[in-house]
Design a protein around this ligand. Structure first.
Ligand code: KG4
Ligand code: ZN
Length: 362
């Protein structure tokens, strides 16, 4: 295949949780293929991701998914510039499958191996949908494992301003959906159930910390479960599934609204304090329509430009890993063949990242 000199193709590989994904992206912005093998149906029976099952499924799917990503993109390994892989954070057994596959391909081809942090993947998803987007900007990453407010100083340089001190918002959605019998994954099911519901059917606490943008969702999760138990008893007495005082839609809408309120208010305060005029959302929970609408309202009134990828690029995929991998490759980040999975990998301390020259930090 005849490629012009300035077409840099990155193969991205992602296996941090329950999606086996591979994608080929050109120059960090043009998606040539994006293959996702989801395991959601397998985990749904257990009400959440079972790490053992996730690892086993990744092993089964990884090579066919990579083959498909290359053939959909109409390229072969010789056409690639580098191979980027998520090395953390995530489930260790799941991450290892992607990392091992990437290392095998690198050993066979001699291509550069680019280690990518899963969260920078969620940030990079926005470069795929808005080519004018350039750092610096503020990014809120909200998923099944994270709620992080991050200053994106450069394409490969980050400063985390806030994180969750306990549960992630996606985790809270998943737990509440399971508790009220909706199934897994909880976020989309709560969103659907909330349609037409009142968002102020009962009171839920929203946790704020003094002098910090940090999040906490365990209080609201426990409070919502306690309220649900009370409604169950009321409904029993009335001989119905939900009591006359609160429908399933009311419950879902009120719970969703309290999560959204915490995310919007903390982000708003961080925007005011830092002065950023561009806000980016990423991660599975940013697929939530109520969150998108409320953020848009807040951003408009603050004179801030909001960029949110379409839902398919909010949830886990490998195109975002290939996009992040392109910038990391361009900045000289490399990993050796002893790269390991790092389940608690930090965004502010990425493996293989060349040290920033003195005076170039913000
Ligand atoms: O980013 P992601 O695919 O995987 C992680 O890195 O965790 O996020 C998955 C999480 C799940 O907890 C799921 O319930 C949540 O994102 N989620 C949503 C929506 N779609 C996915 N939460 C709220 N509303 C949605 N529409
Ligand atoms: Zn994710």
């Amino acid at each position: 295949m005849n490629l012009s000199n300035n077409r840099y193709l990155i193969l991205g590989i992602e296996t941090s949780c329950d999606e086996t994904a591979a994608a080929v992206v050109a120059n960090g912005v043009t998606i040539l293929s994006n293959v996702i093998a989801s395991q959601i149906d397998l985990h749904a029976a257990y009400g959440g991701v079972v790490p053992e099952i996730a690892s086993r499924e990744h092993v089964k799917s990884i090579l066919p998914v990579i083959d498909r990503a290359l053939s959909d993109a109409k390229v072969d390994l010789n056409d690639l510039t580098a191979i980027a892989v998520t090395y953390g954070p995530g489930l260790v057994g799941a991450l290892l499958v992607g990392v091992s596959a990437a290392k095998g391909l690198v050993a066979a081809t001699g291509l550069p191996l680019i280690p990518v942090n899963h969260l920078e993947g969620h940030i990079a998803a926005s470069y795929l949908v808005d080519r004018s987007l350039e750092p610096p900007f503020l990014c809120l990453i909200v998923s099944g494992g994270h709620a992080s407010l991050v200053e994106v100083l450069k394409h490969t340089q980050y400063r985390t301003l806030a994180r969750t001190r306990d549960d992630a918002p996606g985790e809270a959605f998943d737990k509440i959906a399971r508790s009220i019998g909706l199934g897994y994954p909880g976020g989309p099911l709560i969103e659907r159930a909330s349609e037409g519901g009142r968002s102020d059917a009962f009171h839920l606490p929203v946790t704020h910390f003094p002098d910090s943008y940090d999040f906490s969702f365990s209080g609201v999760k426990t409070a919502a479960i306690n309220v649900y138990r009370k409604f169950e008893r009321e409904a029993d007495r009335e001989g119905r599934r939900w009591p006359s005082s609160c429908s399933e839609a009311d419950f879902a809408a009120t719970f969703q609204a309290s999560i959204v309120e915490a995310l919007v208010t903390h982000t708003q305060t961080a925007l005011i304090d830092t002065g950023y005029k561009t806000l980016v959302l990423g991660g599975g929970v940013s697929a939530n329509r109520k969150l998108r609408e409320s953020m848009e309202e807040m951003a408009t009134s603050a004179g801030v430009r909001l960029i949110v990828p379409p839902p398919v690029y909010c949830t886990d995929n490998a195109a975002m890993i290939a996009a992040a991998g392109y910038y990391a490759w361009r900045d000289g980040r490399r990993a050796a063949l002893d790269l390991n999975a790092v389940p608690m990998a930090e965004l502010d301390d990425i493996i293989g990242q060349p040290t920033v020259k003195r005076g170039t930090e913000r």
